[in-house]
Each structure stands twice: as C-alpha cells, then as structure tokens.
Design a binder for this molecule. Sequence first.
Ligand code: HEM
Ligand code: FPP
Length: 317
Amino acid sequence: MSDASFSLPAGGPHTGAVAPMAGGSAVADWINLLKPRVVVLVVFTGVIGLMVAPGHLNPVLAFTAILAIAVAAGAAGALNMWYERDIDALMRRTRNRPIPAGRIEPDAALSYGIFLSVASVVVMGLATNMVAAVALAVSIAFYVLVYTVWLKRRTAQNIVIGGAAGAFPPVIGWAAVTGHIGLLPVLLFAIVFLWTPPHFWSLALFAEIDYARAGVPMLPVVAGPRHTRWQIMLYTLLLVAVSLLPWALHVAGPIYGAAAAVLGAGYIVASWRVLRDAQDAGGHSLTRDAPAKAAFRYSLLYLALLFAAVPLDAAFR
Ligand code: HEM
Ligand SMILES: CC(C)=CCC/C(C)=C/CC/C(C)=C/COP(=O)(O)OP(=O)(O)O
C-alpha cells in the first residue's frame, strides 16, 4: 500500500521530479538518471560553502563551480544507478528506474556518467582551482567506488562511511573560492556526515526501502528496527553537539549558534519520538510509523535551515 501523504516516486530515490514519457529514452529519463532531487540539497550545501568562504570569486566562475558540483553529483548518481541496475530491478521503489525498466541501455548510462563526471571535474579545475577539482573528483569516487561498489552490499555501516560522499560539497564550494580547506568547511562536512545516518535510517523505518529483498545489508535489515532507533538517537545527539562547534570555536556567530541550538533541540525531540515509538513498519509499509516519517521530513528541513543560518549569521557579524 502506498501512503498518499508521502509517496516515494516509482523512479526511486532522488528521481521522482520528472515523469518519464511512455516508451523510448525520454529526456526525463536522462534527467532522472542524475537523481535530481538529492542534487538540489547537495548543491545548496555547496552554495553555502562558496558563499561564506573568505575572498571573491567572479560570479560567472562561481555559477560555473556550482554547476560543476550539480553535474558531478548527478553523474555520480547515474554511475550508482548503472552499477545497481541488478538490485534496482528487484525493489518495487527502484524497478521503474530508467535502466532496470529498459528505457536506457546500461552502456549508454555508463558512458553518460563517466562523461559528465570527467567534464564536471575538468570544468571545475578550469573555472576555479585544483583543490576544488580534486575534492570534486574524490567525492564522485567516494559515492561510486567506496559507497556503491565497495560498502553498500557488504556492511551495515555502508551509509555511515559512504555518507561522507554527500558531505563534500560545502568543502568544494569553499575551496572553489579560497583554493584551500578551512575549519568551517570541515565542520560543515562533519555536520552532513553525522546527519546522513539519521536522515536515511528514519526513512528506512517507515518507507518501502526494500533492501532485504535485494540482499543489501542496511542497518534496519541487519540489526532490526529497535537497534536502528537507538542509532538514530545516538547520531542525532552527536550531530547536534557537532553542529554547535562552529559557534563554540568562533568560526560562526550567535545567530548561527541560536539556530543550531533550536533546530538541534527539534531534531532531538523528533528522534526521541522515533525511539519511543513502538510501531515497526518492518520496511514494508508506507502507512505506519508516523514519528519516523516526521523525523525524515525534519531531517531535510533541519539541514536546509541550519545551512541557511551560516551565511545569515555571517551577514550580521
Ligand atoms: C548514504 C547517504 C544517503 C542515503 C542512503 C540516502 C537515501 C535516501 C532515500 C532512500 C531517500 C528516499 C526518498 C526518495 O526516494 O526520493 C532520500 C531522500 C532524500 N535525500 Fe537522501 N540519502 C543519502 C544522503 C543524502 C544527502 C547527502 C543529501 C543532501 C545533502 C540527501 C538529500 C535527500 C533529499 C533532499 C531527499 C528527498 C528527495 C525527494 O523529495 O524526493 N540525501 N534519501
Ligand atoms: C559532489 C558529489 C559527487 C556529491 C555526491 C552527492 C550524493 C549523490 C551523495 C550520496 C547520496 C546517496 C548515497 C543517496 C542514495 O543512496 P543509494 O544510492 O544507496 O539509494 P538507492 O537505494 O535509492 O539507490
């Protein structure tokens, strides 16, 4: 059964924005191969890194750098979908993705992903500097090789370690302007890194993240919902503590500190409700486990608002 109030797109995670046309390789399919919805938030964190970096980058070059991050994140998503076409075909949520549904040939998707990956790194290098280009290449490699190829099918810690891929954009944005890496972008990296497990595991508690069927050892599949709830709480507490560090270490001011405290308190409440909730959707129902659903939604709002607070705070310092 599907829950109308939160429907995971049949095209799979991060892909539901554009409906593919019936038959043929519609443009929508090529866009959906880039997991466009996740790219929006990923790019937003990159934009923040770029905005708060000391120094100046020509607006055209700044725009080019942001575009390169977006294309790189999308290309990594396409390579992920190429590699995972076997397990995507086994899961209801992902079986209508362009490759398992037969609308895009695997080889074409592979070429597309490689071309866009290389192009994004080269463009980043030409528009900004080597540090940003290398960091971009590392983030693509991390998502595709470390997370997708190496860890995802082997360990329940897959998203904890592999989640680092999605934490690079603020560092890349900062490096695009400065040519180096500083304390603030490292802290922003740590925030996204610690945010990823509660973000994903809360979703896994209520949505049809049918990794069991595909034999993928995600934590709720391997360790069960109860253990997953505790892990969500643990990572939320770590996340909130680390989110206060930019303020505590004086690389961000009181506006950021207040935002981190308020948003963090909200996240602890959301995760506390998840912990107390006795409902176990077992990964097969979209209709139960309201606290986990609320926590997932809150995770997206939390990250967006916390990152928005960084330049807001800088503007008033
Ligand atoms: C290993 C890391 C991650 C995993 C396994 C993961 C997994 C998922 C899954 C399965 C969904 C389901 C909803 C959908 O199908 O669209 C989702 C949604 C989402 N994720 Fe992640 N995610 C990860 C990291 C990230 C990162 C780093 C970001 C951004 C900074 C992000 C942003 C989002 C957004 C914006 C949505 C909602 C998409 C929509 O509205 O369709 N995720 N994630
Ligand atoms: C700049 C750059 C290269 C950033 C990378 C950003 C990025 C796409 C991060 C990872 C997000 C992620 C692992 C999502 C889905 O997991 P999944 O692929 O396991 O989900 P699935 O089961 O739906 O395929």
